[in-house]
Ligand binder design. Structure first.
Ligand SMILES: [Zn+2]
Length: 233
């Protein structure tokens, strides 16, 4: 059965009926407008309610982020490295997929007409991980020397919802996706994790130490908060 809809001239409302429900709830998300109602609720009451809330619904809809287009890993697609934009270029050359950086392009070569999007994506992700392995190890060592905070080990991982972590054994993990952020933001992440070697929490002492080693950290933190979701590959 298709979902019950109330159409208005500006938007459609999807009705969710439940026999157990006692009250009416209106929800607006990037997926649409939903009205949860008890099964017995007369439809004219539902219509009235939507009309009454129409301005609010429109405001909420305007605030929703545009859905991200699915990446296709095609020629000309933009990729980020150190906060810079690079164009993905495809080359039908060689056998298994290889990735390299040249000027302002990231070049994916291989028998590309034979491989699916998954293989292209994996080749590019592997390449980012290799860059992360080299850069984050070197940069952490430099910042360790400056701060005197030295981790036991560094591991590059894939995380869905975090940029790094530091456990009580002093082992630091970084999400390779941070390689897409500007170097100043990467430095903030490294300093953040290094400071966890002394403070295993986000208390006052921790933030004081972060600020001591990176006075401008709030700007980098805000950048991550604002742009972080776009760094999912
Ligand atoms: Zn932390």
């Amino acid at each position: 059965m298709p979902p019950a809809l109330i159409k208005t001239k500006d938007f459609d409302v999807i009705l969710k009926k439940s026999a157990r429900r006692q009250s009416v709830t209106l929800k607006v998300s990037a997926k649409g407008v939903f009205l949860h109602i008890p099964t017995q609720l007369p439809m004219d009451i539902a219509h009235d309610l939507i009309e009454e809330k129409s301005d609010w619904i429109k405001q909420q809809l305007a605030k929703q982020p545009e859905p991200e287009p699915e990446r296709q890993w095609q020629q000309g697609q933009t990729l980020l490295l150190f906060g810079q934009h690079y164009e993905l270029q495809l080359e039908q050359k060689g056998d298994s997929p290889k990735v390299k950086l040249m000027n302002d392009a990231i070049i994916l070569s291989g028998r590309l007409h034979r491989v699916g999007l998954k293989t292209r994506r994996q080749a590019i992700i592997n390449w980012y991980k290799e860059q992360a392995e080299i850069y984050l190890n070197n940069r952490t060592e430099e910042l360790s020397q400056l701060t005197g905070l030295i981790p036991q080990s560094i591991t590059i991982k894939t995380y869905k919802a975090r940029w790094g972590s530091c456990n009580i054994r002093g082992e630091i993990q970084y999400n390779w996706q941070i390689m897409q952020a500007p170097p100043s933001v990467i430095d903030y992440l490294i300093i953040h994790e290094l400071c966890h070697l002394k403070h295993h929490n986000h208390g006052k002492g921790f933030w004081g130490l972060v600020e001591q080693h990176y006075p401008d950290y709030r700007r980098q933190q805000a950048w991550l908060k604002q742009n972080g979701v776009q760094l999912q590959l």
